[in-house]
Design a protein around this ligand. Structure first.
Ligand code: HEM
Length: 464
């Protein structure tokens, strides 16, 4: 028999306010898991003015994700908040419009473009190597998270805008400074039951507005320069060399891509590509500090694939780093940087006996399943081998592994992100020894749109 939202279990709430007072945003992902332990893999949260249907069951997450964009869309509240910040691109577009955005972005991130982009990526890995060599010479503890964020800003700016900035070595962290103010505020606004910022703006809200204005100014300058470049060199019309050129050219022929959408997609790419990849690297490095045997296996792999080179200077060799990829998958199981996805039903539908009414808000959280023995053998063990062909792990349910989402809105930057992670981790373990200086247990998870770690310090020494 089908079950409706009202019949689903869930935490007991207060009159009118429901569960609002219990929500602790920086720990929301953990609260969702604790409630799933208590109430099961589909339950109900009363958020006062709205009700949220929470799903942690992998098969149901898959079906909801597959049913986009016709039955489920992304949260309409998130769309409103992103549009207020001038972000109107593939992440928040819906229906036919989304299909046009999606095809444009996916093409720009496909294997051919990744191969073309690889020399530019190498250039940034070399910069990071220079910086870490200096750090190893100095022997002082430092925040690796900061270096990784700068690395991904440099990579994403080069990929999206064809523009070389060097925030890694020149300390001009403009884009990074703005991003730091943007993400947590978007997450807060999406989750605040009352839009307080429309009534009165606090310091952080004002800083957010300034950061968004500055980012728009920057992106608009890139757009202007690129339009001039295309005018001077009409051959680019046939063969655009980067994403910004492709998007601008598409705006000349596609009704769904106007000036706002050009800007919106560029902001989307910067936002989607930077924080996620940096925090994935940051979590992986943190976890590896406690896994000396896994580090030994990584070194075996890099010594064999890289020979005497310091970095992976060939695209094909990068894709041979299967053990590092296994480590990345394990890190994404334990520390997924995008653990929560918000959806909304646009028509009534029944899936696996659960009724989703039109307008129903749905929150999916995948880590609960990814860390359950029901779906992965020895799920609480970090086992990169489970991702290799000769794996001895009998239970390996891929439905429960969705760090990049699933279905037609699956992350189009997945392969680029993995390429970056393999390149950086190979360079790190080929050249350096790694030591965690901050006590392991002092490092917390903080949910602020992406799941990041509290700052931690490491020390590098040169590998003999
Ligand atoms: C480890 C790094 C990354 C992780 C964990 C990640 C994760 C995700 C997730 C969970 C989604 C939502 C998928 C869904 O709704 O089913 C997403 C969407 C998206 N990601 Fe990523 N991402 C990463 C890196 C990147 C990179 C490097 C780019 C591009 C430069 C990128 C571009 C996008 C875009 C454009 C979307 C929206 C797709 C759509 O709505 O059709 N991501 N990502």
């Amino acid at each position: 028999m089908a079950i409706t939202l009202e019949e689903l279990p869930g935490p007991k709430g207060l009159p009118i306010l429901g569960n609002i007072t219990k929500i602790d945003l920086p720990n929301l992902h953990k609260q969702i898991e604790q409630w799933a332990d208590e109430f099961g893999d589909v339950y109900h949260l009363d958020l006062g003015f709205t009700n949220q249907l929470v799903v942690t069951r992998p098969s149901l997450i898959q079906k909801i994700s597959m049913d986009r964009p016709d039955v489920f869309i992304r949260s309409s509240k998130m769309d409103k908040i992103l549009r207020e910040g001038s972000v109107h691109g593939v992440f928040n577009a819906e229906g036919e419009e989304w299909k046009v955005h999606r095809s444009l972005i996916t093409k720009g991130l496909d294997v051919k473009h990744q191969q073309q982009f690889y020399p530019s990526l190498l250039d940034k890995v070399e910069r990071l190597h220079r910086k870490w060599s200096q750090r190893a010479d100095e022997g002082k503890p430092f925040s690796i998270q900061d270096d990784l964020l700068r690395f991904t800003v440099d990579v994403t700016t080069s990929l999206a805008f064809g523009y070389e900035i060097n925030t890694l070595e020149q300390q001009e962290g403009v884009i990074q400074d703005h991003m730091e103010k943007i993400f947590p505020m978007i997450f807060k606004r999406i989750n605040d039951p009352i839009p307080w910022y429309r009534i009165m703006k606090g310091k952080k809200s004002r800083e957010f507005d300034t950061a968004v204005k500055e980012m728009i100014k920057l992106v608009d300058e890139f757009i202007l320069k690129t339009r001039e470049k295309i005018e001077k060199d009409p051959s680019l019309r046939e063969n655009p060399t980067n994403l910004i050129e492709s998007i601008i050219l598409a705006s000349e022929t596609e009704d769904a891509i106007g000036d706002k959408e050009v800007r919106g997609n560029l902001l989307t790419l910067l936002m989607a590509g930077e924080d996620t990849t940096a925090h994935t690297l940051n979590w992986l490095i943190y976890l590896l500090t406690q896994l000396p045997k896994v580090q030994d296996e990584i070194r075996k792999e890099v010594d064999s694939v890289l020979s005497d080179n310091k970095i992976v200077n060939d695209y094909k060799l990068n894709s041979q780093l299967k053990y590092i990829e296994g480590c990345t998958n394990e890190s994404l199981r334990f520390k997924p940087v995008a653990p929560i996805i918000l959806h909304e039903a646009i028509k009534e539908v029944e899936i696996e006996g659960v009724v989703f009414k039109k307008g129903q808000k749905v929150l999916t959280q995948y880590r609960h399943g990814a860390l359950s023995d029901k779906y992965f053998t020895d799920a609480m063990d970090f086992k990169p081998e489970r991702w290799l062909k000769a794996s001895q792990c009998p239970m390996h349910n891929m439905d429960a592994f969705t760090p990049f989402g699933a279905g037609p809105r699956y992350c189009p930057g997945r392969n680029l992100a993995i390429l970056e992670v393999r390149g950086v981790i190979a360079m790190l373990f080929k050249n350096f020894n790694l030591e965690l200086v901050t006590p392991y247990e002092d490092v917390d998870e903080i949910m602020a749109f992406t799941l990041m770690s509290s700052d931690y310090q490491v020390r590098l020494t040169h590998r003999k």
